[in-house]
Design a binder for this molecule. Structure first.
Ligand code: NDP
Length: 284
């Protein structure tokens, strides 16, 4: 399975595609709106097609990592796209989307004889660049075996988590926690400033204490310096917390619901900034 089509060459997709090229896969791409990633990839050896239908026709494995369910449905439920898949092709769908959308896609693709792995990732743009992402893969483990090298070129930790949609479910839960932890970290910094606590000392001490979190260790400096180049756009975090709150049909999720309101408010001004920009409204 050497020929790999890639759809969604953004902050995550471009470095993930570059890692596939480095591992010797024959990358197939097409431009969407922004030509820059395709130019970069062509220089590194990718084959560039005039449209996505040609990309899919030329690929044994297709990877998609699009912003939201909306683009996922627009692109992957198109009849032309479905008809273009090779016999025995596998779609590795890596968007952080909803469990319902991937279940529906799986239903349609099964009818058309196309196998899907539901494989969202965590680890941010640095994980994408370094090939150290965590992939949470829902779908048939034998199908996963067939494309293990492809996913392994992009991810260090590959978990087989259950049926299609379980990947999206675990990712939504991760994002609910990450979104809440970002707000909690911002509040911690706000309080540290008020109490004249040096934030470098705060990070060191809490790094060895029970209040520690990935967000505190990795995002404190960006928050303190108010550096919000994306990264992971705030509007995408809002989308993820929204998925978690929507999925919690019978669970009471008071903190996630409050976090969602805060991300919604911040999105109006700062949706294109890194999600650490939520701290702008919390630190004075
Ligand atoms: P970006 O907004 O940076 O990139 C999205 C990409 O999708 C762009 O290249 C865009 O192309 C392309 N695209 C949009 N619509 C279409 C379409 N109809 N056809 C083809 N391509 C299209 O998003 P990210 O890369 O940051 O995120 C992608 C997904 O990964 C999201 O679900 C996000 O939640 C998730 N994620 C993001 C992480 C991060 O740190 N950024 C970490 C983990 C997961 P163009 O620009 O040309 O329109």
């Amino acid at each position: 399975m050497k020929k790999v089509g890639f759809i969604g060459l953004g902050a995550m997709g471009l470095p993930m595609a570059q890692n596939l090229l480095k591992q010797g896969f024959e990358l197939q791409v097409a431009q969407h709106v922004n030509p820059d990633p395709v130019i970069v990839l062509q220089k590194q050896g990718a084959q560039v097609h005039s449209n996505l239908v040609e990309v899919i026709r030329s690929s044994e494995v297709v990877i998609s990592i699009l912003p939201t369910d909306q683009e996922l449905n627009e692109v992957l439920l198109s009849e032309e796209i479905i008809a273009a898949f090779q016999e025995n092709a596998i779609l590795i769908e890596m968007t952080s989307g909803s469990p319902d959308a991937i279940k529906n896609l799986d239903r349609v693709y099964r009818k058309n004889g196309i196998r899907i792995l539901d494989a969202p990732v965590s680890g941010g743009t640095s994980g994408a660049e370094n090939g150290t992402l965590t992939a949470m893969v829902g779908g048939d483990p034998f199908t996963l075996n067939e494309v293990e090298e492809v996913i392994g070129a992009m991810a260090k930790n590959v978990y087989s988590v259950g049926d299609v949609s379980t990947g999206k479910a675990i990712k939504a839960i991760n994002q609910m926690l990450a979104g809440i932890h970002m707000i909690a970290t911002s509040e911690a910094i706000s309080l540290a400033k008020e109490l004249d606590v040096d934030t470098a000392i705060l990070k060191e001490v809490i790094g060895d204490s029970s209040g520690q979190s990935w967000m505190l260790m990795n995002k404190l400096d960006s928050i303190v310096n108010q550096q919000f180049d994306p990264g992971f756009k705030l509007k995408l975090m809002k989308k993820d917390v929204q998925i978690a709150v929507d999925e919690g049909r019978t669970s009471v999720l008071p903190i996630a619901s409050l976090a969602l309101q805060l991300y919604k408010l911040a999105e109006k001004e700062d949706g294109e900034l890194d999600f650490a920009a939520i701290s702008k409204n919390l630190i004075h």
